[in-house]
Design a protein around this ligand. Sequence first.
Ligand code: PEP
Ligand code: MN
Length: 457
Amino acid sequence: MSASDRNLRAVNLPADWTPSSWRGRTALQLPSYPDEAELNLALQELRNLPPLVTSWEILALKQQLAEAQEGKRFLLQGGDCAESFDQCSSDVISNRLKVLLQMSLVLVHGMRKPVVRVGRFAGQYAKPRSADSETIGGVTLPSYRGDMVNAPEFTEAARRPDPRRMIKAHARSAMTMNFVRALIDGGFADLHHPEYWNLSWVGHSPLADEYRRMVNAIGDAVRFMETLSGSEVHNLNRVDFYTSHEALLLPYEESLTRQVPRHWGWFNLSTHYPWIGMRTAAADGAHAEYFRGIRNPIALKVGPSVTPDQLLRTVDLLNPEDEPGRLSFIHRMGATQIAEKLPPLLEAMRRDGRRVLWVCDPMHGNTESTSNGYKTRRFRNIRSEIEQAFELHAAAGTRLGGVHLELTGEDVTECLGGARELTESDLERAYRSTVDPRLNYEQALEVAMLIVRKQAQ
Ligand code: PEP
Ligand code: MN
């Protein structure tokens, strides 16, 4: 054990835990693979493949999240609802990165504090569903559970859970990770060149003007500092970027749970910052059991039905020794419910006194269907949930430390409203998500600007 790791050692390996101890609990939302031998072969292959991230990066992120818990940083976490194998392409990856970089620039500039940047990518391939099967025209087939499990087309072959898809998901995640790392190492995120992040399809918009004015002001400040000091300001060309996904498909996660030579304990090396989804968050369930034993910083989605007692039990289970940076709660209540459901949870945690990073997901409590059959979200509800979240935390004496968003750098029309006031009839123009509706570039940038305005109040 290195000296620095000894210092970080705030918890012990939990009793009776192994990477497979979740198998003794009820595991919701897992597919049933028709061929066990095929499944075991795929898992064996995964166990031999290299990891996607390192324990050093994971512990560095945990430190940044610990600082966010103290109000010294703000977390920006965003990306697709579900990545798809087809969309693992240069444009999709770099456009998503551009949006996240632009948003983080708006946040850093407006909040005057560093941002923790976390993508929902390089592994966001497994989805929970409200029903195990789907019936269309009298035919019943298993639900689509994300590209890591099966395919969305409504045919028997496509919907059959295929364990080889886990190998493909690992490869696609590695390609995504590799490209993001190469872009960042190559200077793509250099503050001297924010023009690298311009999206070619963005036409004239009032928001783009506001953004350009801010970029110019930052450019002036950077040049001024460089003139004063007579040299380049360092660290402006490097940013840290981390990955996250819902660690839903436990056989896959288990295969990438490893021990490493220089740090004690077990790490999930498929991502830096896994989260437990709302539907699998029960404290006695398989997912909580798996998460309890890994050393990554972890997050838990908290929906409107969670009681203060349940929340405190979750803290006992997932962060018994109150380790800094370890646990985040991502609340996703919905604009109409947050004012009623969130305060009792904030109050319980404030009284309890243990550390947590509070993050607002203004997307998942605000999903609705339009009369023309699209799953959508209204920008005004997303905005309202974020604004209420800031106010409710301020009133409770707690702190909103980040946001969790579904967004894309593609020119999609999936959420209603925003600066271009998209309407129901716009949805059919460019609705591409196979699962949940995402903010497009302009709507995402607008969210960043409203966060800045709101937190300054
Ligand atoms: C998601 O983040 O895509 C999701 C399914 O969220 P939740 O678990 O909060 O419903
Ligand atoms: Mn989603």
